[in-house]
Design a protein around this ligand. Structure first.
Ligand code: DAT
Ligand code: MG
Length: 150
């Protein structure tokens, strides 16, 4: 649906490298609507909730350390097929396997510094949006909505 929402985040390496604007621009230009945005320096305990499904993986401690090493630009984007399209725009988890033209395929090389996060399903998007934005998202009418959608 055109109201589908996904949680997208620029990870600490993306923020430190000055890629927040570039990543936001890609979602804006594609036609998605920004409905929540904040910069957070997340605590390890919070990130363990975000990545609860990966607890037990050998890379989990390193992942939490990386994600808590600096600010994260957390956002919610809304629009047609936002979850799947958002993932396609990010590229494969391992940037070496990400197609050129994707965010990871254009700006990253290694899985442990892959600069961005995107929800992998509608249900995980709902969970992640509640976790990162307990205050809720912002409701407004985007001027482009009627030109981007049929
Ligand atoms: P994604 O971020 O594409 O949804 P994921 O949910 O499987 O991928 O993993 C979350 C993050 O954990 C991923 O962005 C980078 C890190 N990660 C995943 N697999 C890894 C691995 N084999 N080695 C090191 N880090 C890994
Ligand atoms: Mg994931």
């Amino acid at each position: 649906s055109t109201k589908e929402r996904t949680f997208i985040a620029v990870k600490p390496d993306g923020v430190m490298r000055g890629l927040v604007g570039t990543i936001i621009a890609r979602f804006e230009q594609r036609g998605f609507k920004l409905v929540a945005l904040k910069l957070v320096h997340a605590e390890p305990a919070f990130l363990e909730k975000h990545y609860a499904d990966l607890k037990g993986k050998p890379f989990f401690p390193g992942l939490i350390k990386y994600m808590s090493s600096g600010p994260i630009a957390a956002m919610v984007w809304e629009g047609l097929d936002a979850v799947k399209t958002g993932r396609a725009m990010l590229g494969a988890t391992n940037p070496l396997a990400s197609a050129p033209g994707t965010i990871r395929g254009d700006f990253a090389l290694v899985v442990g510094r892959n600069i961005c996060h995107g929800s992998d399903a509608v249900e995980s998007a709902e969970k992640e949006i509640k976790l990162w934005f307990p205050e809720g998202v912002v409701q407004y009418t985007h001027a482009l909505t009627e030109w981007v959608n049929e």
